[in-house]
Design a protein around this ligand. Sequence first.
Ligand code: PRP
Ligand code: URA
Length: 238
Amino acid sequence: MFGSGRTFHGLILTTAGRKQLYRKFVTSYEHIEMRPVEHPLVASRLAILRHVDTNRAVFRTTLAELATLLIYESTKDASTEAVRIPTPLTETDGVRLEHPPLLVPILRAGLGMAEAAQRLLPESEMGFVGLARDETTHEARAYMEVLPEDLTGRTVFVLDPMIATGGSLAHCARMINNRNAASITVICALAAPEGLAYVDTLGIRMRVVTASVDERLNEHAYIVPGLGDAGDRQFGTI
Ligand code: PRP
Ligand code: URA
């Protein structure tokens, strides 16, 4: 794909640019379908979230806006069914979503995306999964699980701003997959390549809709450049 002149679709690329494109378009996973969302409104919201001086209130508002944009993108190929609707003047054809998804925010940080998702998809139901990473081992520990016993045939949207080691998503995806969901879409602000690679090894098919795949994890399993702790930045350090 990258020719000898180090070009990509006619663009001459720097080394950093090549690496970024490689991550965004070339890295392919066996079970994960990546959908990086490239849009100025998404990129500008992400910049606000990343900024160290963004206060808690602005962070929460901006995360909700970003969630709206990502969900808009992730539903563009959702199946619809035809309905006849009366306008004030006559009758005409309209559509509605055929399979409104089950929304599953991963607490705490995913809560900041839940209301935005529900506003766009008011017909949806919502489940909840509470997970916290152990600060030392970085492993996800479950403390809450409110999901239907059977998800056969259901479309599920997992909401979590971060995929870091991938442990939290792996835990949640297994729960959903064990209940026979038809499809899993993960809506996240940021993903780390290490976490995506790990989640791919689970063998569970899913789509990941994200504003960015960042460079790497640091020694504390935080995403770099990242945005810090997505839960703490919304709700404080508890
Ligand atoms: C954050 C984030 C993810 C998880 C990602 O939650 O919201 O759920 O970390 O990390 P991982 O991919 O390495 O599992 P955290 O565990 O900090 O809990 P919080 O949302 O309650 O702050
Ligand atoms: N969880 C977060 O909130 N941020 C990270 O960078 C990694 C895990």
